[in-house]
Ligand binder design. Structure first.
Ligand code: SF4
Length: 294
């Protein structure tokens, strides 16, 4: 897949945005000539194309670029978006008619308060969810992407439910990159991997109940490799990406991590009481002074 990185212009202000610095220095958008060059490159290679960078729907020529890419023979076109502009049904239909195949939507919470906190934008949640619905209604495949933070990791299963209700066919989880705004307060934003793992498994169980594909995304150079290893210990087989439209190669499928299915929606919650010795067995890296991150 080739990427058209349109710039950093965005109508959200996410607490973990890796492109905030670019925006702060006023980096301009990609020129029309460069957009055309990448489209031509993708067409000649017969590769899918993804429009990314800031919020691509803020660029008015987007539909015409999508149409041009289709005319040139690009087989599949994906849009990485917060979906807020897709709230307008006519715009969702316009992009679909131009040839848009799928949208990859940033969904950061299971409630307006949680999502809007992450985006720094009151009202973003309702627009994003509505945008996902409009895209789905227009015939565009919807994928949800959730950046896991200290403020949402306990709610991953609920976020799966919201994604499903909004029309997503799959959901991808990833950690916030240690770049951009995250560098201002990494310990406040990035959760300890060992704490996230149980919630990730619950999320996968929920996704399986709802027949959503769920993937954990990472890369070989990911600084959180110990987390990937921690999860991979429990995986029997790595999962191949379902449609090749991911922006980062999947390391391990959550399907293999869920273990025995557990009840989710109707689960009975009980208070857990554990001794320090028990906790150190459950979360060895958390208690190991040599493990680094806390
Ligand atoms: S949606 Fe959020 S993370 Fe993505 S570019 Fe905009 S502010 Fe940054």
């Amino acid at each position: 897949m080739l990427f058209v990185r349109l710039g950093a212009l965005c109508n959200n202000a996410c607490v973990f945005c890796a492109q905030a610095q670019e925006r702060a220095v006023g980096a301009g958008p990609l020129s029309e000539e460069r957009v055309a060059a990448v489209i031509s490159d993708a067409a000649s290679r017969g590769e899918p194309l993804a429009f990314v960078g800031g919020e691509p729907t803020l660029h008015d020529p987007l539909a015409s670029w999508i149409a041009a890419a289709r005319r040139a023979g690009v087989p599949r076109i994906v849009l990485q978006t917060n979906a807020r502009r897709l709230t307008y049904a006519s715009y969702a239909r316009e992009l679909q008619a131009a040839g848009l195949s799928a949208i990859d939507v940033s969904l950061l919470g299971s409630s307006a308060a949680m999502h809007d906190y992450h985006t720094g934008t009151p009202g973003a949640f309702s627009q994003t969810v509505q945008g996902m619905r409009q895209a789905r209604a227009a015939g565009v495949v919807v994928v949800a992407s959730c950046v896991m933070t200290r403020s949402n990791f306990r709610h991953l299963a609920d976020i799966v439910r919201v994604a499903h209700a909004a029309g997503a066919s799959s959901i991808r989880f990833r950690f916030a990159a240690r770049a951009g705004r995250v560098l201002q307060a990494p310990d406040r934003i990035v959760p300890h991997p060992a704490l996230v793992a149980p919630y990730l498994k619950l999320a996968r169980t929920q996704a399986r109940r709802l027949r959503l594909d769920a993937l954990l995304l990472g890369s070989a150079s990911d600084p959180r490799q110990p987390f990937v290893d921690f999860l991979a210990d429990e995986a029997e087989h790595p999962v191949q990406h379902p449609d090749g439209s991911g922006f980062v190669p999947p390391i391990v499928g959550l399907e293999q991590l869920a273990g025995k299915p557990r009840p989710a929606v109707t689960e009975r919650r009980v208070r857990e009481r554990r001794t320090g010795a028990e906790l150190s067995k459950i979360l060895p890296t958390f208690f190991d002074p040599a493990s680094g991150e806390r």
